[in-house]
Design a protein around this ligand. Sequence first.
Ligand code: BES
Ligand code: MG
Ligand code: ZN
Length: 495
Amino acid sequence: MITLTKKLPNNLDLIILPVFADQDFVASLKPLVKDAGLLNLVKQDYKNKFGTTYLVYPNTDECQRLLLVGLGKKSLFSQAAWRQAIQTAVSACQNLGVENIGLVLPVIKKPDLASYLELTGFALTFGTYKFTYYKQEDSKEKKKTLENVYVLAKTTAVTLLKALEQGTNIGLAANNARDLANHPGNVATPTHLAAHATKLAKKYRFKIRVLNPAQIKKEGMGLLMGVSAGSDEPPRFIVMEYLPPGKKTLKQSQPIVLVGKGLTFDSGGISIKPSEKLEEMKYDMCGGATVLGIFEAVASMKLPIHLVGLVPASENLLSGKAVKPGDILRSHSGKTVEVINTDAEGRLILADAISYAKKHYDPQLIVDYATLTGAVVVALGSDYTGYFTNRASTFDSTIKQASKQSSELYWPLPLAPSYKDQLKSQTADIKNVAENSHAGSSTAALFLASFVGETPWIHLDIAGTAWNTRPKPHLPAGATGWGVYFTLNFLRQIK
Ligand code: BES
Ligand code: MG
Ligand code: ZN
């Protein structure tokens, strides 16, 4: 439970006290640490560096522990700094096993207060997430977890309460997306993704249709069928449609269509990947998980938009039935594709989904989320998603705002027309990889662009941001849910 309060209850297990680097933190500590000797020690020892925590045992009625967390310089304070500080502090709380805590809000300008409170709800929820499904019951990690967080603010107006609650809901949706992605490949199969989507649809009452292999084939999705050919797990094509409750008129409107790559394990296929870090390819369905997370958040918040979600779900494995380099597949759009490299499978299943979106809907915008290229990890690392669009002037400012509020970062990359020729095939309409690996993220995006045509489109290559190999103080190892909060902020501006 997260509560907004003007006065913290007594006897809390811990109080989180965020402090600016250029603030006299001793002054804000004084009311909570009455022992002058202890106060002096803290003053001597605490370095007040951004994103680091420091634990104090003040021996008072207010709380058993005080946790200082550095916010950095006041002039540089931002949503990103706040999100990181909270997640760091909460993660330290989880390690301590405390259950009832307080959080002191720093002074925030009034117009920004609701937005910061939403982020607070989000970061508190996101920060307490742990993936422990496969740990034995008695393992230390499962023992104690945060039960109650009291957020201390100067006012507790209804709008602020609402913001805190909405942030919590979005955080829960992001955590569910992380769960889905953290499950191993033998559990999170295409069938499992579809079952999860069906559960969400029942709970939040949005429309869903799951296509089985026969239906996928009948629909003409030769690329999705081709990618799944080498696997014993049947593919699924998940179609979700959300309309706000009671707004039937929107039925005729142009929806925003979200497409998520749901590749539940990518071995590379016949163009097999090396073994190093191959286990991480269970995360190749993070784009699909993000779309499911967005649907959960949108539906739980009852946003007034018309949204369609498409998740092509498949494994990419090898067998006597697998697609081979040189094979030619007929796509849903009718375009034939020469498969040069079976490891460039994400763009294949996305192309069929994009074509499906164009045939069955009249999208005002298609947004796709995909762990598409290793090249984007080389170019941008693990903090920035690769952003491509054929309508920069329409979406750049909305995207920027969405990123600011969610602190999920991106960087624009080019849909360079001059590289298009590299996808020309001798035998088919197009081939799935370029002649060389230069600008690999751009050529992958260009492949998709050739199926998108003139429809407004945003492509987010989340190969670097979707999961974390090494834990950071504010982010555990595993799926990050990148895109759930980002997209919610985007969609709220579009409507
Ligand atoms: N799922 C991978 C991309 C990937 C690689 C994501 C590393 C996260 C970390 C994708 O299906 C893939 O294999 N792409 C190839 C494309 C290449 C064959 C043109 C790649 O990036 O190596
Ligand atoms: Mg691949
Ligand atoms: Zn892949």
